[in-house]
Design a protein around this ligand. Structure first.
Ligand code: GLA
Length: 369
């Protein structure tokens, strides 16, 4: 081969390896014997997102630090077996209703609906078999998308209406994992979809997240009672451990149990009322990890975000690469409508009616500095 042809050949080979791509491999099967797959999206910079159609779970997310070294920044398991056992929604799609509904009960058009109380006296995250435990139908949309669809039958987990849901994961060349949610129903219902990834920007399993610096674009939050149900008040964060309008280390005020809200949450486990600007995705939060320089920005069309600091992690779960997940080894930024909205007419509505289309977008954007 002529030298210049060889050069062109190797150059095109190099370039083709840098193109965004999607790969699929078997990930195991459910208890009922249903096979599920793992889809790995890679962008032109080498960033990777591995997602399974079991629960729509983000299994791995590899992003670069300030030296360009990739590390997996989400908690989870190496195989499907881990996800089939009890776990705290690692990486999962949560629905029909992300977060809590008081006493597992709500009324809609004069009818009362009863849900499973799977979190003390309340309902949490869609019930016993929520969207985190169903096998979604997957469709690869090359080069950079995974489309997941699911039909939740009328009265599944107590929620009315046959609900068609579509969730699209897109890994952009701007190092963003974008999640687009879409849904429609044939009866009035309530809906609050989110993703429950636990992040550690120093790399999953590499210690707690207390030194991460976080800024949350929220002047108010929704204080809760001792069962983590909002009292209805939209409280100013100013002068409280919930003021993240300027960056603070997550750990700086997390143990200030003289603050009743910190005490109730066992740390942060609260919904923040985002300062809204326009209708497109707006910056909800920015997190910076000082040792690796990784930065994550979260943008959303949702009115709220649950900031949860892994207070219930206790070292009993061993995750990817044998890493033990201890207290506060990960944080979640669950973009959402406010908890218990079905029982709070004063909160932004979570009602979806036939003929309407539910749409929501959240973007996790990565960089390093
Ligand atoms: C949510 C809740 C937390 C906890 C986790 C899962 O973030 O707000 O209280 O239940 O899910 O462990």
């Amino acid at each position: 081969m002529h030298a210049s042809t060889l050069l062109l050949f190797s150059l095109s080979l190099l370039l083709s390896t840098l193109d965004a791509k999607i790969a699929k491999r078997p990930f195991g099967q459910t208890a009922q014997g249903k096979p599920v797959d793992l889809y790995t999206l890679t962008n032109k910079n080498g960033m990777e997102a591995a997602i399974t159609n079991y629960g729509g779970i983000v299994v791995a997310l590899k992003t670069a630090d300030k030296q360009g070294r990739l590390a997996d920044v989400v908690l989870g398991f190496d195989s499907l077996d881990g996800y089939k056992k009890e776990h705290p929604y690692f990486g999962a799609l949560v629905g029909r209703y992300g977060n809590r509904i008081q006493k597992g009960q709500f009324a809609l058009n004069g009818k009362t609906y009863k849900l499973a109380n799977n979190n003390g006296p309340n309902a949490l995250h869609g019930g016993l078999v929520g969207f985190d435990k169903v096998v979604w139908t997957a469709r690869e949309v090359p080069p950079n998308r995974l489309e997941l669809t699911h039909t939740s039958p009328d009265m599944h987990e107590g929620f009315p209406g046959n609900l068609n849901v579509k969730v699209t994961y897109t890994l952009t060349d701007a190092n963003e994992l974008q999640i687009d949610y879409e849904a429609s129903t044939d009866k009035p219902t309530v809906l609050n979809l989110t993703n429950h990834s636990y992040f550690n920007l120093a790399g999953q399993g590499n210690g707690d997240v207390l030194k991460h610096q976080i800024r949350i674009n929220a002047d108010r939050f929704t204080p809760v009672d001792s069962t983590l149900i909002p009292t209805g008040e939209l409280k100013a964060v100013k002068g409280t451990p919930f003021d993240f309008t300027q960056p603070h280390a997550i750990g700086e005020r997390i143990n200030q149990t003289s603050d009743e809200q910190i005490k109730f949450g066992g740390g942060y486990d609260h919904n923040f009322v985002l300062n809204k600007t326009g209708s497109g995705p707006a910056l909800a939060a920015e997190v910076y990890e000082p040792t690796t320089g990784r930065v994550m920005q979260v943008l959303t069309t949702e009115p709220g975000v649950q900031f949860y600091t892994g207070n219930f992690l206790d070292g009993t779960l061993t995750g990817k690469q044998g890493k033990v997940y201890r207290k506060r080894y990960g944080f979640c930024l669950e973009t959402q409508h406010f908890p218990d909205s079905p029982n709070r007419p004063e909160f932004p509505s979570v009602v979806l009616k036939p003929g309407e289309t539910y749409r929501s977008t959240t973007i996790y954007r990565f960089s390093a500095r």
